[in-house]
Design a protein around this ligand. Structure first.
Ligand code: FAD
Length: 263
């Protein structure tokens, strides 16, 4: 609701508990400096931002920041670091062809540049409970999921966590080694990479197809699960109804669509 613009009249249902904002960190404006930049793949750059004087932001895993452009336009990017590890802010920026801010990051941004943003924003956060958790990430939808998973490990969450990470090509699995390390080090975590368009020359022998369909194929009945989906609007829009149809409770399905914020 904070990013989408309705095209016609809409009816909105708001769960009463979501109106309780007591204790929630308040959104503020900040100016940070680019501390480090790392090219993770052809189309993804990892950015670390530092606030002046070692300042830290109190946020919940899964939330995001709004980058403020010169003309006041906003661009949303998720915290990829966990809240306990907040000396720097980590972002995973995917290049959008013709995109104003991401093109700037890929072609002109340098260490030391200033970045103005507001944070923290969003409600895509892990809910308390006992159900096993399925996480579905499309491309840089991995960013908030990384924050959620690292936070869950830090807090000693013992619930099973299974991540399905969908990209086009194996080169887009830009931090797969990290997810595989989580799998080796945490008995309750499993990662399933899924490629939608693998190049046959690369000899991929893993799962293929659409990421949400891979998850549906593995879980015939989703009624006992809690599901978190994050990625493109198309992915979220096709995944959520399909999950509900396969038994997932509407109160156990949480999603964040990477709505384009062009202004
Ligand atoms: C809550 C939230 C969190 C997000 N977190 C991340 C993140 O962690 N990492 C990340 O890489 N992106 C993330 N996004 C998506 C990102 O905000 C947009 O892709 C953003 O518009 C890119 O800015 P830009 O200035 O480069 O492109 P724009 O100038 O905004 O867009 C240029 C053109 O590309 C289209 N476009 C822009 N983004 C997309 C897209 N994602 N898919 C398809 N078409 C698009 C626009 O409609 C426009 O026509 C998030 C979005 C939301 C809503």
């Amino acid at each position: 609701m904070c990013c989408a613009v309705p095209l016609e009249d809409v009816e909105i249902e708001v769960p009463v508990e979501s109106l309780d904002v007591s204790g929630e960190p308040t959104r503020r404006e900040y100016t940070a400096k680019v501390e480090r930049m790392e090219r993770l793949s052809e189309s993804v750059i990892r950015l670390w931002l530092a606030l002046p004087g070692g300042q830290r932001i109190d946020f919940a895993a899964g939330q995001y920041i709004n980058i403020i452009l010169d003309d006041g336009a906003r661009r949303a990017f998720s915290f990829a670091n966990a809240p306990h590890d907040n000396a720097l802010i980590e972002l995973h920026v995917r290049l959008i062809p013709g995109g104003r801010w991401t093109t700037h990051v890929f072609t002109a941004m340098q260490v030391g540049d200033e970045v103005r943003f507001e944070a923290p924003i969003g409600r895509f956060t892990l809910h308390a409970g006992a159900r096993p958790i399925l996480l579905i990430a499309g491309a840089t939808g991995f960013a908030p999921i990384k924050s959620i998973v690292e936070d869950a490990f830090h807090r000693g969450v013992q619930r099973p966590l299974q991540l399905y990470w969908g990209v086009r090509d194996p080169r887009d699995l830009y931090l797969l080694e990290l997810a595989e390390r989580w799998q080796r080090e945490h008995a309750n975590f499993k990662v399933v990479p899924v490629l939608s368009e693998p190049d046959p020359a690369l000899g991929w022998s893993g799962r293929t197809g659409l990421v949400h369909e891979a998850m549906l194929a593995d879980h015939a009945d989703l009624s006992g699960f809690e599901v978190y989906v994050c990625g493109s609007v198309q992915m979220v829009d096709s995944a959520v109804p399909a999950f509900l149809k396969q038994g997932l409770g509407a109160d156990a399905c949480f999603s964040d669509a990477f709505t384009p914020n062009a202004q």
